[in-house]
Design a protein around this ligand. Structure first.
Ligand code: OKP
Ligand code: ZN
Length: 344
């Protein structure tokens, strides 16, 4: 008798295609928004090309409780307010009160700046749906691993999540997908989140800053030069019970796979081994790619396999979540290259 191996699960919902941010303000210039549906289309297409390896699964609706575990009521109310924005329009806040004395009202779109920290993350009628389904994909990928259905799962989570905190959105992120996944997994054990996106995972760091059961690790470009600019330094170690459970590693401009692996082996893995996690959540950004228009590293397509193998060799149940990556043409190839390291 022939036995068939389960295919590698890819969680994705069609509603994630229906969100089209138009612009972002980048250093004073209005540019076309980099977080396009072309990104998901390219990944989706590449995954369809490997039908023998992957199975696309549409997630169920995410329990509201799972989102409320990560975000506060006001932020979600604001997304709900944005559902009333007319079709084809989007809203960018232009006043950011920085927690000055204020009475923010999340049912008033003009107050959006209280909850937002950049000008690249528009609100429109589709945000709530697209971000919820993105979170649902992450939740089900985590649940797949949580229930022991398989050791690995991937969520094509788009919009991405790692910049969204409990009460703020920004950096193209509205709901923190990695936090949704980690909150579920931490019910059964310790979780290490490894963020390999080019940008610091500030939202994820903040959500677990006081948590000693979730170790947040981010490797990224220098925040003095790159988004999110004001956070992501090695001196940020966690606080309270969470002290010692946050790790930031700044990598040099133009850095390639050799230096990346060196940072993993020298700093990340010894810390992970000491922590003894039961699960890994991998915030997988591909804006470290050599041709990426936003990131400034020099990884090649094959390097994502090498990088994935390093993490796979930890031999732990791993949930892989899509974060950034803006060189659309090669994005799918890069994603599949990383995922192949986990295909058994
Ligand atoms: C989101 B993720 C570049 C301006 C930067 C924000 C970058 C958000 C990155 N023209 N704007 O971490 O990939
Ligand atoms: Zn990024």
């Amino acid at each position: 008798m022939t036995t068939f191996k389960d295919k590698f699960p890819v969680y994705f919902h069609q509603a994630q295609f229906h969100f089209h941010p138009k612009f972002e303000w980048a250093l004073g210039n209005r540019i076309k928004h980099p977080e396009t549906t072309k990104r998901v289309e390219n990944i989706y297409r590449e995954i369809q090309k490997h039908k023998k390896l992957f199975e696309v699964i549409s997630p169920e609706r995410i329990p509201l409780k799972a989102i409320r575990d990560v975000h506060n009521y006001q932020l979600l109310t604001l997304y709900n307010t944005a559902v009333a924005i007319p079709e084809g329009e989007e809203f960018y806040p232009s006043v950011f009160p920085q927690r000055m004395k204020s009475l923010p009202d999340p049912t008033n779109l003009k107050h959006a700046g209280f909850y937002c920290f950049d000008s690249g993350t528009p609100l429109n009628r589709d945000v709530l749906s697209a971000a919820s389904w993105s979170a649902a994909a992450a939740y089900e990928a985590a649940n797949h691993v949580y229930r022991g259905k398989g050791k690995y799962a991937y969520a094509l989570s788009r919009p991405p999540g790692h910049h969204a905190s409990k009460d703020t959105y920004g950096g193209y992120c509205y709901i923190n997908n990695a936090a949704i996944a980690a909150k579920l997994l931490r019910k059964k054990g310790r979780v290490a989140i490894i963020d390999i996106d080019f940008h610091h995972g500030n939202g994820t760091q903040e959500i677990f800053y006081n948590d000693d059961k979730v170790f947040t690790i981010s490797l990224h470009g220098d925040p003095r030069e790159y988004f999110p600019f004001f956070i992501g330094f090695p001196s940020e170690l966690g606080a309270g019970r969470g002290e010692g459970f946050n790790l930031n590693i700044i990598l040099k401009d133009k850095m390639g796979i050799k230096e990346y692996i060196k940072a993993l082996r020298r700093t990340v893995f010894p810390n992970i081994k000491r922590f003894e996690p039961d699960y890994i959540v991998l915030s997988a950004g591909f804006d470290t790619y050599k041709l990426d228009p936003i990131g400034n590293f020099t990884l090649e397509t094959e390097d994502f396999f090498t990088l994935g193998k390093e993490i796979q060799k930890l031999n732990l149940p791993t949930v892989i979540l899509q974060e950034g990556g803006y060189y659309t043409k090669d994005l799918g190839k890069n994603v599949v290259s990383l995922l192949k390291a986990f295909v058994e």
